[in-house]
Design a protein around this ligand. Structure first.
Ligand code: HEC
Length: 157
């Protein structure tokens, strides 16, 4: 009995430190949630260079730095933006507004629209935690402009 009691005493400081981390680590829980969402909600598939080709084995430092792969269709040619640069220039509320607005294909903006505020915020916090990196993605081209390679061609009608 006495031994068990001593064991419990020995564990107390650990319990205390876990608590301290929880308190100070609120942001860090958000950042982890953001990382998880970016990884499982498909954001990396388009916004991280070479992600599907590498079967997801891309260093986290490169995540969401945008891609030069064009997506061409009746809407013109779009490029998955560098979200690391975007978030670095935006407040959380500006990012929330952007995340809730309509975008061109193949961005699944309706997925983002239907995501909870808490989850979109977690993605923003991960972006801020990682900071800006990479170059801006190429700019959008209207339908009458032929983009340079590489691009994915969607049916025109
Ligand atoms: C199928 C590819 C694809 C997937 C998956 C995808 N995106 Fe995008 N995203 C794009 C493209 C292409 C654009 C540019 C759209 C445009 O030009 O209107 C874009 C634009 C955006 C923008 C606006 C950027 C700006 O410069 O204003 C945000 C924010 C964004 N995506 C966030 C996300 C998040 C978060 C996820 C994961 C939940 C995600 N995207 C998943 C392709 C994708």
């Amino acid at each position: 009995m006495r031994t068990v009691f001593l064991w419990l005493l020995a564990l107390l400081p650990m319990v205390g430190s876990v608590h301290a981390q929880d308190k100070g680590g609120k942001t860090s829980a958000d950042v982890n949630r953001g990382r998880y969402l970016i990884n499982t909600a498909g954001c990396n598939d388009c916004h991280t260079p070479g992600y599907p080709q590498a079967a997801g084995k891309v260093d986290e430092k490169l995540w969401l730095t945008g891609d030069k792969l064009g997506w061409r269709g009746p809407w013109g040619t779009t490029y998955a933006s560098n979200l690391r640069l975007l978030a670095s220039k935006m407040t959380e509320s500006q990012f929330m507004v952007r995340a809730r607005s309509e975008m061109r294909p193949p961005m699944p903006w309706f997925n983002l629209r239907d995501m909870s505020d808490r989850d979109v915020r977690a993605i923003y916090r991960w972006l801020k935690h990682m900071g800006p990196a990479g170059e801006p993605a190429p700019t959008y081209l209207p339908p009458d402009k032929t983009p340079p390679q590489p691009y994915v061609q969607f049916p025109m009608k």
